[in-house]
Design a protein around this ligand. Structure first.
Ligand code: FAD
Length: 468
């Protein structure tokens, strides 16, 4: 009997749980729900949507080579999907719908409605755990709660992970062509506002595998040394592919473990650290389900709801544009807006600068990141922002406030990264590039620092202290 496979943030054929299992039951027809208004409502911007669009194209080609037709449901939002999917499965005579679970609150609600609709009409729904090793709710603390701190979650993940979860699933063989079903044309997408380009961001699973291989061969063994230095290409750069499921976490973890004598939490500390980052990704997926308030613009630490954030549009704009007068912060923000990506160290530095030095609501920064990031993803982005703002799970204590100039000297010692993204300062002497004096600022046209670090730090400390 025919099976309908709904691809979502799992845009790959290899090691795709739902696709693999569906293909064992009968001929497959694939479906993608194209819901741009919903994605925009979730805050995703043109870079991510462009990458998404090209990822769907790559998937369509791959499916075509397996003789699997791809149908597209175009709908503005999730609301009409239960009825549209049911209608499609009836028209195509598919007995069952298969998909891999997603964990954002709207996705969970959508999937519940779809499942109900199918069951009400005596059609099967098969749901799979694929994006994470442990379905949220199955890895809990000793007293049965969701973890709210990463390290014990990570230890428990390492202790409980088994061969079953790590098992990769083969891509199905090509099937006989279905003569009565053809593929739909992909919807058009206006890419003119995206700043990413296809050469730097080749979508699809083949490109993801190439990146993974290159990272493991060239950089993984120096990950600990290099990962905090934005001018070095020391990390995998795989986040955008992972966020849309063009590569699976299993493929990443297994490939890293294979270079680490089969170990996940022992052996080469570089590979261990990298694997632990993949577990961070999973941790934040669990947080979305365990603490639904974080999906709804609420802080994880509920007492921080009382924080009175500064409401300065002008300050916010200066941060967005990369004109704060702190060279590393500005280089980072300009990297984000001109390339659609930002290095992890800089995400921490800029997020802390907005939420602590400027004392502006972290939710504004979270939304700005999501709008620009090609790898924008609710769990990791929200988790990262709440960490920086000291409102989240592993929240850095509120008195931990990065000094942006010290961070700059430490993590961009040669000032190379600053020179790349803040060209005004490219010819300034390296030692002065981290904090140019007044006359250099005047000569180069680089702005005066918008806040004094010590005064801003004190203002943040006072505001946070008032909460406790
Ligand atoms: P690598 O160092 O090679 O790590 C491998 C993978 O592990 C990444 O691709 C990513 O999937 C995962 N990972 C790494 N660090 C984290 C982390 N701290 N939390 C969760 N997963 C992690 N990551 C996103 O994927 N999407 C986001 O929208 C996002 N927003 C962030 C916002 C802030 C304020 C902060 C501090 C971090 C954010 N991160 C986000 C996490 C991290 O910055 C990126 O995953 C990382 O920079 C991507 O680069 P990479 O692929 O080279 O990472």
């Amino acid at each position: 009997e025919r099976q309908l496979v709904w691809f979502r943030t799992d845009l790959r054929c290899e090691d795709n749980t739902a696709f693999h299992h569906a293909s064992k039951r009968g001929p497959v027809i694939a479906v993608i729900c194209w819901t741009p208004a919903q994605w925009r409502a979730h805050g995703h911007g043109d870079n991510k949507l462009d990458f998404w669009h090209r990822g769907v194209k790559a998937l369509a080609e791959q499916l075509d080579s397996l003789n699997i037709p791809l149908r597209i449901i175009e709908a503005d939002t999730f609301d009409t999907l239960p009825a549209r999917l049911l209608e499609l499965s009836e028209t195509l005579n598919c007995q069952a719908l298969h998909f891999n679970d997603e964990y954002g609150i709207n996705e969970v609600r959508r999937d519940r409605s779809v499942s109900e609709q199918f069951h009400d009409h005596q059609r099967e729904v098969h749901r799979y755990t694929d994006q994470v090793a442990f379905a949220p709710g199955t890895l809990l603390t000793g007293d049965g709660r969701y973890y709210s701190v990463f390290t014990p979650f990570y230890k428990s993940w390492l202790k409980n992970i088994g061969a079953d979860q790590l098992q990769q699933l083969e891509m199905p063989d090509a099937q006989s062509a279905l003569s009565d079903v053809s593929s739909d044309a992909l919807p058009e997408f206006d890419t003119s506002r995206a700043v990413i380009n296809a050469d730097d961001w080749p979508a699809g699973e083949e490109a993801a595998q190439t990146r993974l291989e290159r990272f493991l061969q060239k950089r993984a063994h120096h990950y600990d040394e290099g990962r905090d230095f934005p001018a070095m290409e020391a990390t995998s750069g795989l986040s955008a592919w992972l966020a849309l499921g063009m590569i699976s976490w299993r493929q990443c973890v297994n490939a890293a473990a294979a270079r680490n004598g089969g170990h996940l939490g022992d052996g080469d500390s570089n590979l261990q650290s990298w694997i632990s980052e993949i577990v961070w990704r999973e941790f934040y997926q669990h947080v979305l389900v365990g603490f639904p308030r974080v999906n709804c613009h609420q802080p994880f630490q509920e007492h921080t709801k009382a924080m009175v954030w500064r409401n300065s549009e002008e300050d916010f704009q200066r941060w967005c544009e990369g004109n704060t007068g702190y060279p590393l912060v500005d280089a980072a923000m300009r990297q984000l807006i001109t390339t659609g990506w930002m290095h992890n160290r800089l995400r921490m530095v800029t997020a802390m600068f907005l939420s602590k030095h400027l004392l502006i609501d972290w939710r504004r920064g979270e939304a700005f990141f999501l709008e620009h990031l090609v790898d924008g993803e609710l769990g990791a982005n929200n988790g990262g922002w709440q960490w920086a703002a000291s409102t989240g799970t592993d929240a850095s204590p509120y008195f931990r406030i990065f000094n942006p100039t010290t961070q700059s000297r430490r993590f961009d010692p040669e000032g190379t990264f600053i020179a790349e993204f803040v060209p005004e300062l490219a010819s300034v002497d390296v030692k002065k590039r981290h904090d140019p004096d007044a006359s250099l600022r005047q000569q180069t046209g680089y702005p005066v620092a918008m806040v004094d670090h010590r005064a801003a730090r004190q203002r943040a400390l006072d505001a946070f202290k008032a909460l406790s």
